[in-house]
Design a protein around this ligand. Structure first.
Ligand code: MF3
Ligand code: CO
Ligand code: CO
Length: 267
């Protein structure tokens, strides 16, 4: 595989797909309340994507090497679930935290974004984990410009997470994205400044740190997809799709309901 450089047509189509993915999160937000099941959230998002937006839910039947086809249209990762949580009968209750990860295909292009949601009233610890993970994602995004390296991105994410007493999941990473769901390069959420691939204008990839309140170790559940922390500690994740521009970055996955960047980010 190799890294694709996006032309103006690609970029315009990725803007559209990215905004649509984010708008699914805007749409589902009022439904994320105590008593709803993750399966109901999946069905609502599926129907919104297919019937309202005319988008294709990229996860549905997605089958990368070594995996059974993914059976649902979104990922719902609750509490100690790290990523790829499969929606089902699970009822959300006050105090839960849940990541909803949306990937849509529009006109052949992918938009991939996720947010954390606090169900009802969160504990102080759970809210802090969600907030620090959001800051980690944005610290990584703010590194993006031509000439910076992937190691610069990973380093600031790892430093903020570990300085906060948390750990970074190593087995999953951000990824190039475009006409394919997962392209090169792999975007690690840990690393050393100045190492790794040098960024060039026109590259497009996700930044999607998974941060655990406890140890970094993970395991896969028997459903073949859901990933949980080995020590059952809480885990959080946020994701945006990012373009390297001439002098910095553009976030492709913004919409009216996107939370603002942390105050320390100058835009
Ligand atoms: N959206 C996830 C990502 O950010 C991938 C989900 S793959 C699925 O890369 F099959 F689990 F949906
Ligand atoms: Co992704
Ligand atoms: Co995603």
């Amino acid at each position: 595989m190799s890294i694709t450089i996006k032309n103006d047509t690609d970029i315009e189509k990725m803007r559209i797909a990215g905004k649509l993915a984010s708008e699914v999160l805007d749409y589902i937000t009022p439904f994320v309340k105590p008593g709803v099941t993750t399966g109901e959230l999946d069905k609502l998002c599926h129907d919104y994507m297919v019937s309202v937006q005319g988008t294709i839910p990229a996860p549905l039947n997605y089958a990368p090497p070594g995996h059974i086809p993914y059976p649902k249209s979104i990922c719902t990762s609750v509490n100690q679930q790290v990523c790829h949580g499969v929606p089902g009968e699970k009822i959300l209750k006050s105090g839960d935290i849940v990541n909803l990860d949306i990937t849509v295909i529009k006109d052949g292009y992918h938009g991939d974004t996720s947010r954390m949601f606090c169900v009802g009233t969160p504990s102080i610890q759970a809210k802090r984990l969600c907030d620090i993970t959001y800051e980690c994602m944005w610290l990584g995004i703010a590194q993006v410009r031509p000439g910076a390296t992937l190691g610069d991105i990973g380093h600031v994410i790892q430093k903020h997470a570990e300085d906060s007493g948390y750990s970074v999941v190593r087995e999953f990473c951000g990824h190039g994205i475009g006409k394919k769901f997962h392209e090169d390069p792999q975007v690690l959420h840990y690393g050393r400044p100045g190492t790794g691939l040098k960024l060039q204008q026109g590259m497009m990839f996700t930044i999607e740190p998974m941060i655990n309140a406890g140890k970094r170790d993970i395991r896969q559940l028997g459903d073949g997809w859901s990933i949980v922390t080995k020590d059952r500690s809480l885990s959080a994740q946020w994701e945006h799709t990012i373009l390297v521009t001439a002098d910095g970055y553009e976030v492709m996955t913004l919409s009216a309901g996107s939370p603002p960047p942390p105050a320390f980010i100058r835009t």
